[in-house]
Write a protein that binds this ligand. Structure first.
Ligand SMILES: CC(C)(COP(=O)(O)OP(=O)(O)OC[C@H]1O[C@@H](n2cnc3c(N)ncnc32)[C@H](O)[C@@H]1OP(=O)(O)O)[C@@H](O)C(=O)NCCC(=O)NCCS
Length: 221
């Protein structure tokens, strides 16, 4: 992989990470008024969010996901998880109800993954009362639009295999693929992997034949 091409990938990710409000490109998507919901959508960097919103997002994630952690015998590490939620590269796509109470969020970063510039979606979490009303799909559509606009190659999301609802949501309703770098594609894990990395390409598609220089690098370290 040529240094110039590598530098270009990192430069693109860095430029995207500096955009103050990626949702500003899509003003029509700042409202979700369907299926009995009337919500305001906004996109903010973590540094512009108040800490109570980050705490709410964290608690919601723990409530929604703890069951799956116990099912697969993974330890929920408060410190590591909170670091992810507060990482200064983090963006939050948030949905607020009429009382300005947050009811759903998507936590993402622009990132380099195995040589590809991507949007990595760390969390998509909805309060129970707003689930199955098309909101999750809407938020992921926004992410796909932002990925296209910033010339990322794909949107990536990790999903527990045991989380069959989310798995069907991504694979069937949103037509995400099993990513080429998902654990199940490696013979060591195969069908025994606990989670899958799912992805959906943008119109810029996946680059082929790139040497790995992910951050962190999972294949070389
Ligand atoms: C999974 C989640 C993000 C989906 O968002 P959502 O707004 O509830 O889903 P949508 O209404 O947009 O669903 C779109 C389609 O996806 C599929 N789908 C969504 N949730 C599903 C479920 N639990 N089981 C099966 N299919 C599901 C359906 O085809 C659905 O269309 P339909 O309702 O017309 O049948 C949301 O339910 C959630 O936050 N769950 C708890 C946390 C979680 O598991 N997050 C994902 C971590 S990877």
């Amino acid at each position: 992989m040529k240094q110039a091409a590598r530098d270009a990938v990192f430069a693109k990710v860095e430029a995207a990470s500096k955009i103050e409000d990626p949702l500003a490109f899509f003003p029509l998507f700042k409202k979700y008024d369907r299926n009995g919901l009337n919500l305001q959508i906004e996109c903010k960097r973590v540094l512009s969010l108040n800490s109570s919103t980050v705490d709410w997002a964290y608690e919601l994630t723990r409530d929604n996901m703890m069951y799956f952690y116990t099912q697969v015998d993974w330890v929920w590490n408060d410190k590591e998880k909170m670091e992810q939620f507060k990482d200064e590269r983090a963006f939050y796509l948030l949905a607020y109800d009429a009382n300005s109470t947050p009811v759903a969020f998507c936590l993402f970063r622009f990132s380099v993954d195995y040589g590809n510039e991507v949007i990595y979606c760390y969390e998509l979490q909805l309060e129970r009362q707003v689930q199955r009303k098309g909101l999750g799909k809407f938020l992921m559509q926004i992410l796909q639009l932002i990925a296209n606009r910033t010339e990322m190659r794909k949107v990536i999301v990790p999903v527990f295999r045991q989380n069959t609802g989310a798995y069907r949501f991504f694979r069937e309703a949103l037509q995400f693929d099993i990513d080429v770098y998902s654990p199940s594609t490696f013979s060591t894990y195969g069908n025994s992997s606990i989670h899958e990395i799912l992805s959906r390409q943008t119109k810029f598609g996946e680059a082929v034949g790139l040497a790995c220089y992910g951050d962190p690098c999972y294949c070389c370290d």
